[in-house]
Design a protein around this ligand. Sequence first.
Ligand code: EPU
Length: 337
Amino acid sequence: MQIKHNISLKTYNTFGIDALAKHFVTINSIVELKQALSLEGYPDIFVLGGGSNMLLTKNIDALVLHLNIKGISIVSEDEDSVLIQANAGENWHEFVLWCLANNFGGLENLSLIPGNVGSAPIQNIGAYGVELKDSFVSCQALDIASKTLKTYSKEACKFGYRNSIFKQEKKGKCIICNVTFKLSKKPHTLHTSYGSIANQLAIMNIIHPSIQDVSQAVIKIRQSKLPDPKQIGNSGSFFKNPVVSTEIYSKLQENFPDIPGYPVSETEIKVPAGWLIEKAGFKGKQFGEYGVHKEQALVLVNYGNAKGQEILELARLIQKTVKQLFNIVIDAEVNII
Ligand code: EPU
């Protein structure tokens, strides 16, 4: 374990923000993680996974633990399904590709999501009609205070829309080390009803899609709408889609007849924040080195050397404008550091 000092985090966060880590160590195993937590002289720690869901607005005055614990293994299998354990430092998309290469189904709709396996449960990543929780079995997380490993079942994780216990009461208290998924062998259950997937499969002339075809369709859609962090810094959706009551939604429809909405319960409707932000005039707007993506208004981008503070100010302006126009509060989805 080698501790480095004053390290730029620019290549460690997908927004590409050039903040400094006062101390930085790469962690390759649970044993190293425990050792790092026991080091003298580093009272504050900061856990860094794939860095794909954070906006750094300041330097990190702590010991940054860069989680790089690798490994994927089959825990058990029968004719229909397989239990796979993946370690926290595995890149999410590479893990999905590994599952597809082995013809294990369940994660194909979650193809190309940036980030690592260990961060995926924290915000219950989701896309195109599927969420992590749908194939999640359990995860093991190290309790920071006691340095003991604890297993969290699906129920214990309290998954919600972009939410879990790790964003709430366990925030900052434990570090996810590995995740176990239950995936299908044959026959697979496909989730192609999400509008754009069916369209994309039709464009690809595929009538009986495989899980690999669904993954390809998702990859095509994501590439057409979402900027590749390797080319343009971003953290995916910057905001969560707000949920409003059916009464509020009906009132909004009077003024904005084309407002989209997706029922989430009998009394609540989810409104796409991307639509609200586009209507507020921000889609594709560029302010020097940063701005709002031209294909998807929910994504804020760093074209080069933007400061985290600048992007945060833009986010605040968007929130304020959306509130003024629609009287709806949109909350950040990314972690503001
Ligand atoms: N829309 C606009 N203008 C825009 C963007 C969206 O009007 O610029 C409206 C359209 O009506 C569109 C609707 O919003 O039909 C939904 O857009 P989209 O399918 O792109 O999905 P989203 O709700 O904007 C969510 C997730 C994405 C995920 C997609 C696909 C959240 C916060 N975001 O976006 O997740 O990929 O659905 O399932 O729930 C992420 O979390 O980082 C992320 C990219």
